[in-house]
Design a binder for this molecule. Structure first.
Ligand code: NAP
Length: 310
């Protein structure tokens, strides 16, 4: 791959930004990458481990000469930061973000985008439960999807360039409308996270099962919930507060299905349960066939940590 942008500014230096930095360096997609984080602690860590060619102590210094600025901060903070950087963004630059919710980000950020700056929101569908500059790695976006949400009358070159960057970082790119994005993500990510948070919270509340039992005998199902429920609390608070409608709609559907399964269990309706589980198994098959997860048993984990799974 070759150079896509001369100068890139990453605002926020956590998992997503640091992974972008390593992925851009891997294929020399950017000439210079400047970074900024609000806390000196995060900036010091980024400098120590070499995340970004230059870490700036000041937001405007990171942004002023950049051809691409990417907001890699919690969704709820994006509007204020866009307002702060608006006066220093250069004409012809592209402003993007990586937020997990799109409609709220567009509503908050778009009013601050100056004339001559192209706003192309994005969302890489890749992540882990870890946070901070040390959690990033160059292959995070390999073979994962990145959705671009071009705004009214976007400059086709600006969209094509951002697409080239994400493809260069290993992602498959698709374009999507903001409201549809939020509904799709409510199904595939936001509602599942809330369910995981609830399940882990319930186990914590169940005093008939001691804490030690929950921890020692956590079988694969519960353990997978705990991984998701360990995700960044600030990020997920903002996701639910800013994707309220779609998440509530999906949770309503979830509750209806849960009641139907509850009823089938109470009535001993094995056929209903079997049919339902056959359908869900096919969805898992589809995810594997699309190359979005491994077919290895137990997600390919070694046996050592599974000794207590019986
Ligand atoms: P992260 O590792 O926790 O990093 C967040 C960064 O944002 C940190 O540098 C933090 O600065 C900064 N920040 C936090 N609150 C801020 C505020 N109020 N104002 C300005 N900066 C603030 O988070 P991440 O996982 O990279 O997530 C960043 C964005 O990517 C979020 O919008 C999230 O929705 C989206 N996203 C995340 C995932 C995922 O799985 N993690 C996947 C796709 C998209 P300090 O360290 O100085 O506090």
């Amino acid at each position: 791959m070759s150079l896509v942008y001369d100068r890139v500014a990453l605002i926020g230096l956590g998992l997503i930004a640091s992974s972008m930095f390593w992925a851009m360096k891997r294929r020399s997609l950017a000439g210079e990458v400047r970074g900024y984080a609000r806390s000196s602690q995060t900036r010091d860590t980024a400098r120590r481990i070499g995340v970004c060619d230059q870490v700036c102590d000041n937001l405007q210094d990171a942004v002023k000469d950049a051809d691409l600025i990417v907001l890699c901060i919690p969704v709820g903070a994006m509007g204020n930061v866009a307002k702060e950087i608006a006066p220093v963004m250069k004409r012809g630059a592209t402003l993007s973000d990586v937020g997990s919710v799109k409609r709220a980000v567009i509503d908050e950020v778009a009013p601050h985008v100056p004339d001559g700056v192209h706003f192309v929101p994005a969302h890489p569908l890749a992540g882990t439960e870890h946070s901070g500059p040390e959690s990033g790695f160059e292959s995070l976006y390999d073979n994962r999807w990145c959705l671009l949400i071009p705004q009214d009358g976007p400059d086709p070159d600006a969209v094509a360039r951002l697409r080239a960057l994400w493809e260069g970082m290993g992602a498959n790119v698709d374009l999507m409308d903001a409201d549809h994005h939020d509904l799709v993500l409510a199904v595939t990510s936001h509602a599942p996270h809330l369910i995981a948070y609830t399940m882990v919270g319930v186990a914590d509340d169940l005093r008939r099962v001691t804490d030690t039992e929950v921890i020692n005998y956590s079988a694969a199902g519960f353990r997978d919930f705990t991984r998701i429920a360990a995700s960044n609390p600030t990020m997920w608070r903002d996701v639910f507060l800013s994707n309220k409608e779609a998440t509530l709609e999906i949770l309503g559907r979830f509750t209806e299905e849960l009641f139907a399964l509850q009823r089938a269990i109470r009535l001993g309706d094995g056929d209903h349960l079997h049919d339902y589980f056959t359908r869900t198994r096919a969805i898992r098959r589809g995810i594997i066939d699309a190359g979005q997860d491994t077919n290895l048993p137990n997600f390919g984990r070694g046996n050592e940590i599974d000794k207590k799974d019986q």
